[in-house]
Design a protein around this ligand. Structure first.
Ligand SMILES: [Zn+2]
Length: 106
């Protein structure tokens, strides 16, 4: 009998909605609004809010807040556009605040 081992996940801290896969983590050394945050290449079960320009530590970016699609908790933001050439790799990627997501299947 093989034990079923699912992928390691991150889910919403409020409602345990599945938000992201551990395999999609690009970097764990980002700064969120309330401390540490992770950069992900994909996120699921989220809603993306209106775009706005924000001056971050790494320059001007167009970002949009991302919400849990179930409980509407703000989990982080999506980088829609980066203006600095060195920051372009973040376009289309997601920041999720460490304090807003919990580990599942670890
Ligand atoms: Zn939620």
């Amino acid at each position: 009998m093989e034990e079923m081992v699912g992928p390691r996940l991150y889910s919403c801290c409020n409602c345990r909605n599945q938000i992201a896969l551990h395999d999609d983590v690009i970097s764990k050394s980002f700064q969120g609004r309330n401390g540490r945050a992770f950069l992900f290449s994909h996120a699921t079960n989220i809603m993306v809010g209106p775009k706005e320009d924000r001056h971050l530590m790494t320059g001007l970016h167009t970002v949009a807040d991302v919400y849990c699609c179930d409980c509407r908790e703000v989990l982080g933001w999506k980088y829609e556009r980066a203006y600095e050439e060195t920051q372009k790799y973040k376009e289309g990627k997601f920041i999720l605040e460490k304090s807003k997501i919990v580990k599942e299947n670890w």
